[in-house]
Design a binder for this molecule. Structure first.
Ligand code: AMP
Length: 374
């Protein structure tokens, strides 16, 4: 499945290509066709799943295809979200995906002077992203008219509830035109959210991405797209950035583990390899040295790593991605334990790209990534 298969229009495909997003995430694959068809949507997904694009893309597509005389700068899409950070991120996503259209988007949130926001509203906007308090303020001051809204998104509904915004939302709802498409997102569905959803959605299609394997939030994950030949240089530079951290490096093969260990040793990094070809005694010694901090880096194969149990391991590096997505979850689960934070970095070469999709499917999250060029 590619974005093209989802019948996304050319200007948006071009924007996605610029971002190097090739494969839709599970929530995008399920939600985009529903939203494009004009139906109401109940999306159960957390941040990190790619849900912003799942609602932004259909909205941009609908609005950019309106006949020319309907293209006045009136607010046609309203997105409300609980925090300023989320509002800014959503606005940046609209900037990314609507870059090749004529649509304008504006973001408003509290805690800052309203002047710049009011100026932007006066210039006119098609899409408004807002936090609830500032939105109601500016509506009351008559800077915002909701009469032309055809698309309404309620993002992170359960967090709105936690943060005490439900009352604001209930005040807002009757101000919106009755005829509109509503896209409702929440990570969880407590009963108050369920009844809110029932009261505002009209025959919604429910799409859900429940992570099959959960990855705890205390692990920060990052992916590096890197050519095979560049992996060892990348590893060395990452290890040199964090000089005092203990790091567990995973290699797919025993031979690979030895090779990585030799390279690191040559560069003056204390390192040992453990795998099935080493005696039990040698493995045990390596582990003791690692736990005591005498050896900073251990390079292990999946089987050899089974015995490793270190309470406060700070970093795991996947030098190679595993063949099976579950293994990824096991590997990175060695860090971020017992409330400690941890970092999991993964290297992905051209031939490992499909694995990324499997891992994202399994964990229900999109991995943040960096492209390394030579
Ligand atoms: P969100 O859950 O909307 O906050 O998105 C999480 C992250 O995934 C954001 O940094 C997006 O830019 C990124 N993202 C969204 N869709 C894709 C995709 N199809 N491929 C790769 N990254 C994506």
């Amino acid at each position: 499945m590619t974005f093209k298969d989802l019948n996304i229009s050319e200007p948006i495909l071009k924007a996605l290509l610029n971002k190097k997003y090739e494969i839709p995430t599970p929530i995008q694959e399920k939600a985009i066709p529903v939203a494009l068809s004009g139906q109401d949507l109940l999306g159960i997904a957390q941040t990190g799943t790619g849900k912003t694009a799942a609602f932004a893309i259909p909205i941009i597509q609908h609005l950019s295809q309106l006949p020319f005389n309907d293209r006045k700068r009136e607010i046609k899409a309203l997105i409300i979200t609980p925090t300023r950070e989320l509002a800014i991120q959503i606005d940046e996503s609209f900037a990314d995906y609507a870059g090749f259209t004529q649509l304008r988007h504006t973001v408003i949130f509290g805690g800052v002077s309203q002047k710049a926001q009011v100026d932007a509203l006066r210039r006119g906007t098609d899409i408004l992203i807002a936090t609830p308090g500032r939105l109601l303020d500016l509506i009351n001051q008559r800077y915002i008219s909701l009469n032309h809204i055809s698309h309404f998104v309620l993002d992170e509904a359960d967090r709105m509830l936690d943060m005490g915004f439900i009352h604001d939302i209930k005040r807002l709802l009757p101000m919106l035109p009755a005829k509109k498409q509503t896209l409702f997102f929440s990570a969880t569905m407590p009963s108050a959210i369920d009844s809110l959803a029932r009261s505002i959605l009209h025959k919604p299609v429910k799409v859900e991405v429940t992570p099959v394997a959960s990855v705890v939030d205390t692990i920060e994950q990052h992916l590096y797209f890197v050519e095979k030949q560049q992996k060892s240089d990348l590893l060395i530079s990452l290890l040199k950035e964090d000089l005092d951290k203990s790091v567990l490096v995973f290699s797919r093969t025993k031979h690979g583990a030895d090779k990585i260990a030799r390279t690191l040793t040559r560069k003056g990094i204390d390192c040992e390899a453990i795998h099935g070809n080493k005696t039990q005694g040698a493995r045990q010694r390596a582990l003791t040295n690692f736990k005591s901090g005498a050896t900073r880096v251990i390079v292990a194969t999946d089987i050899a790593a089974r015995g490793i149990d270190i309470a406060d391991l700070k970093m795991v590096i996947n030098y190679d991605l595993p063949d099976v997505a579950e293994t990824y979850v096991h590997r990175i689960g060695r860090t971020g334990r017992a409330g400690n934070t941890g970092t999991a970095l993964s290297f992905c070469s051209q031939d490992e790209r499909l694995m990324v999709r499997d891992i994202q499917r399994l964990t229900g999250r999109t991995l943040k990534s960096t492209m390394i060029r030579n």
